[in-house]
Design a protein around this ligand. Structure first.
Ligand code: AMP
Length: 220
């Protein structure tokens, strides 16, 4: 396993399993995971000004403005020291955000090492998101699928609550997939040109997707 600090971007359409993979990678590489969607949901819970703003975008399934998200991520990244590994889950989501990230990394004398893109068919994304619930109340909220009876029962037995994310409502799911295609998918070309892109199929089980990501990261 590599001992260099890793600076990784994890991309993928909604439902591709970014948060599941980030949790596993965090444990394996002791990385700081900066997950913008979860940061925003925490702000919604705390009812801050950013949370109130985010909530209105969640209801529609659209992206928050670039300047807001660039400020959020800059604030977090400048507090990390050079030798700390990080994984960005959910940022950047537009070319404008990617350019701002490049500039920030340059100013810090650093660079992104790899971009992992998890690919998934729309059909499977709709199936996963339609059945996704968050298990809340047991530490960091985590996703599970309603067909996974064992996980559902374990969540409830341990005192957790099953909650549907507002942006997992059926009419919002389709809008999020459209927004991904239109605003985020162009980033694949952007990172391909930089020679950083690694595309991995997310159709398999989380463990096998994880294995493929680990192969990429250990090869850096
Ligand atoms: P996620 O948990 O990554 O699926 O993000 C949930 C929602 O948070 C997205 O659908 C957006 O509304 C918002 N969001 C998260 N990250 C970003 C970002 N980098 N730019 C704009 N909006 C974001």
């Amino acid at each position: 396993m590599t001992t260099q600090p890793l600076h990784i971007i994890l991309m993928g359409a909604p439902g591709a399993g970014k948060s599941t993979q980030s949790r596993m990678l965090k444990a394996r590489y002791q990385m700081n995971v900066l997950a913008t969607g979860q940061m925003l949901r925490d702000e919604v819970t705390k009812q801050t000004a950013l949370g109130l703003l985010a909530d209105s975008y969640f209801q529609r399934g659209t992206l928050l403005p670039d300047d807001v998200m660039i400020a959020v991520i800059t604030e977090r990244l400048i507090h990390l020291t050079k030798n700390q590994s990080f994984l960005l889950d959910g940022f950047p989501r537009t070319v404008v955000q990617a350019e701002a990230l490049d500039q920030l990394m340059q100013r810090q004398g650093d660079a992104i090492d790899a971009v992992i893109s998890l690919s998934l068919s729309d059909q499977e994304a709709v199936r996963r998101l339609g059945g996704r619930r968050m298990c809340e109340g047991l530490g960091e909220p985590f996703p599970l699928h309603i067909d996974d009876k064992t996980s559902v029962e374990a969540c409830v037995r341990l005192g957790g609550r099953l909650v549907t994310r507002p942006d997992d409502e059926p009419h919002v799911i389709l809008e999020r997939l459209r927004v991904y295609e239109e605003e985020t998918a162009p980033l694949l070309d952007y990172y391909q040109h930089q020679g950083l892109l690694h595309t991995i199929s997310a159709e398999g089980k989380p463990e096998s997707v994880q294995e493929q990501i680990v192969q990429v990261l250990d090869g850096i």
